[in-house]
Design a protein around this ligand. Structure first.
Ligand code: FNR
Length: 340
């Protein structure tokens, strides 16, 4: 029997891995030898719009919709609960079309009844479908993903992307929870960010290149690969700089290739309120198990506390104000694009 598309994504994501460069090496902290701070005083709480979070790390949207993905979602939800993290499920469209698979999403709420859980649909969704996705998992927020290049490379993918802004605006005006618009790893850049800020949405997740590569994943599923598209998109660091030239701090999430506390700290220092981790968390879960995933996520918290102490930043807001140097390709890009 053919593997479900959802499991193919998981398998290819694990096989291809996180090989790109998310650009955060271009972001350098300026060492502070007098931080006047103590590890015990570091606070990691944050907010995405009106959504209060005890940690700036979120487990980003990955899966659901097939039997094998139920256990992945269950274990991710256990890790999210144990570490006090928000967690998004993968696109719920499959369960909206086929309610038999809804338990592969609902499991996250039964495992983590009091946690912050985020629903997920594509921009083709209707208001009615969005309401059902929120209800399905008792979601505290809803992500709407933008994945144009993934769809175009996917043989069975969408071919028209017209009307997405109008549909997102309609959803955001009619669901009872904050809406977050996210990319899946090609980056939200200034022109798109400027269109999105006019919508009644709470936040964007810039989802840049340098982590999970959906061009490569879909190419691996195609009989004839469009390998020339494997480098499509823009790195997370640049997507953050571009998006934050339009969006205010407090409403931007960083994701795409974030794997450790230093990378989280850099993404947050650029002005993000939270950092999403998908592929790296999936790899730890699938190769080493749930306990290792919990250790990994706790280690990121510790690394973040350590870096924040060294920088003398006791909170995420203080981290936004530490001095940074942007060098290399990111600096050159910003200069060419006129971004301060
Ligand atoms: C994803 N991602 C994703 N995003 C989304 O909005 N809806 C989805 O259904 C999925 N599905 C999915 C499956 C798998 C196996 C992976 C690894 C990822 C994209 C994910 O949320 C994130 O935006 C990108 O993976 C970039 O982050 P990382 O993986 O580099 O941390």
């Amino acid at each position: 029997m053919r593997m479900s598309r959802k499991m193919e994504h998981v398998e290819h994501a694990l096989r291809i891995g996180q090989v790109g460069n998310q650009g955060l090496a271009d972001i350098k902290f300026v060492h502070n030898c007098l931080p006047d701070a103590s590890v015990d005083d570091i606070h990691l709480h944050t907010a995405i719009g009106d959504l209060d979070l005890s940690s700036p790390i979120l487990i980003n949207a990955m899966t659901g919709g097939a039997d094998e993905t139920r256990s992945i979602n269950r274990e991710l939800a256990v890790a999210a609960r144990e570490c006090g993290l928000a967690m998004a499920v993968g696109s719920q469209m499959s369960a909206i079309k086929n309610p038999e698979v809804a338990s592969s999403y609902r499991v996250v709420r039964s495992v983590n009844p009091d946690g912050i859980l985020i629903g997920n649909l594509g921009s083709e969704a209707t208001v009615e479908q969005a309401l059902r996705a929120v209800e399905m998992i008792g979601a505290n927020a809803l992500q709407i993903h933008l994945n144009v290049m993934q769809e175009l490379i996917m043989p069975e993918g969408d071919r028209s992307f017209k009307g997405a802004l109008e549909r997102i605006a309609d959803i955001a005006s009619n669901v009872p929870v904050p809406v977050i618009v996210k990319e899946v790893g090609f980056g939200i850049m200034r022109e798109s960010a400027a269109k999105l800020i006019r919508l009644p949405i709470a936040a964007i997740d810039v989802g840049g290149t340098g982590g999970t590569n959906f061009a490569a994943i879909e190419n691996a599923r195609r009989p004839q690969a469009y390998e020339w598209l494997n480098d499509w998109g823009n790195p997370t660091a640049i997507a953050l700089l571009e998006s934050l030239s339009v969006w205010p701090r407090g409403r931007v999430i960083a994701s795409g290739g974030i794997r450790n506390g230093l990378e989280c700290a850099k993404a947050l220092a650029l002005g993000a309120s939270a950092a999403g981790i998908a592929g790296a968390a999936l790899r730890v879960l699938q190769t080493e198990g749930t306990a290792a995933l919990i250790d990994y996520l706790r280690r990121i918290h510790e690394e973040l506390r350590l870096v924040m102490t060294a920088l003398g930043a006791a909170s995420i807001e203080e981290l936004w104000n530490v001095p940074l140097v942007v060098s290399g390709e990111s600096a050159e890009w910003c200069e060419l694009r006129g971004i301060d």
